[in-house]
Design a protein around this ligand. Structure first.
Ligand code: FAD
Length: 260
């Protein structure tokens, strides 16, 4: 039975970064990825906020370089989905679809994923006018009209941030009042660039290659309105690991983190 010094779950930017550090520390390390190496960032065509790339870089190119760098230091990568974690006699047991792995320490770098609206056009235009992170993508919406969906803290915070770039921000909320903290609500109401659309839902998104049109429906009057927008969604993010951590004890060694 091989017992690694460290197993990293997830082959996105966080997992690969951890892999580079651990190999440089000469730890016997294994990285396990359930899909393709790269994580969420490979779905984006242009990254403009990563230092060292003044002209921007595609997600795929950046990840190829990260993987190459990790492999130069000898990082082993296995393809497997980890389904369960447990700890016995101070050793972690990681149960995958097909194999079981053992390690003294683990890093969970399994990322997270945004809650989807599940409406027509959402998947098609992800990264093509649909974003899930204002600090990542707000610059793409410079001088444009943007829809933010939601009425909680995230929607208000992201909407306010977007007003630094966009001409106009519509906050579309299915209820008749916001649920965000009062202080955020006050800032939203005071911002002349924000227009609130209460009792409304985003019905569908249309376009050819990029978002061109968004259809908003008033759930009380059933009236539909279409406009030319770039849309983003604000929602809580869910952990993406799908790992049953119920048997894991609290004295885990390391933890995965978001990179931005
Ligand atoms: C369209 C889009 C554009 C973006 N643009 C930018 C940008 O311009 N700038 C920026 O800074 N950020 C951007 N982001 C955010 C960036 O992609 C994330 O912050 C980053 O990918 C997080 O890295 P991570 O390694 O923590 O997680 P992830 O990238 O989510 O990687 C986690 C990995 O873990 C794997 N995994 C999960 N569970 C298991 C399991 N049980 N077993 C094995 N493997 C598992 C997943 O398959 C995945 O490959 C963008 C995101 C998207 C979706």
């Amino acid at each position: 039975m091989r017992i690694y010094d460290l197993i990293i779950i997830g082959g996105g930017p966080a997992g690969l970064t951890a892999g580079i550090y651990s190999m440089r520390a000469r730890l016997d390390t294994l990285l396990i990825e359930k899909m393709v190496i790269g994580g969420q960032i490979i779905t984006t065509e242009k990254i403009e906020n990563y230092p060292g790339f003044p002209d921007g870089v595609s997600g795929v190119s950046l990840i190829q370089k990260m993987e190459e760098q990790a492999k130069i230091f000898g990082l082993n990568i296995e393809s497997e989905e980890i389904k369960q974690l447990s700890k016995e006699n101070n050793i972690f047991k990681l149960t995958g679809n097909q194999n079981t792995f053992f390690s003294k320490t683990i890093i969970i770098a399994s990322g997270n994923y945004p809650v989807k609206l599940g409406i027509q056009g959402e998947e098609k235009f992800r990264g093509r006018g649909i974003s899930y992170c204002a600090t990542c993508d707000a610059l793409f919406y410079k001088n444009k009209k943007v829809i933010v969906v939601g009425g909680g803290d995230a929607a208000c915070e992201e909407g306010l941030y977007l007003t630094k770039f966009a001409d106009k921000v519509y906050i579309v909320h299915r209820r008749d009042k916001l649920r965000a903290a009062k202080v955020l609500q006050e800032r939203v109401f005071a911002n002349s660039k924000i227009e609130l659309l209460f009792d409304c839902v985003l019905e569908r998104i249309e376009g050819t290659d990029f978002v061109e049109k968004a259809v908003i429906k008033n759930i009380k009057t059933k009236e539909e309105k279409a406009g030319n927008f770039c849309r983003r969604r604000c929602s809580k993010e869910k952990p993406a690991s799908g790992i049953d951590r119920s048997r894991r004890r609290s004295n885990r060694s390391l933890y995965g983190r978001k990179i931005y």
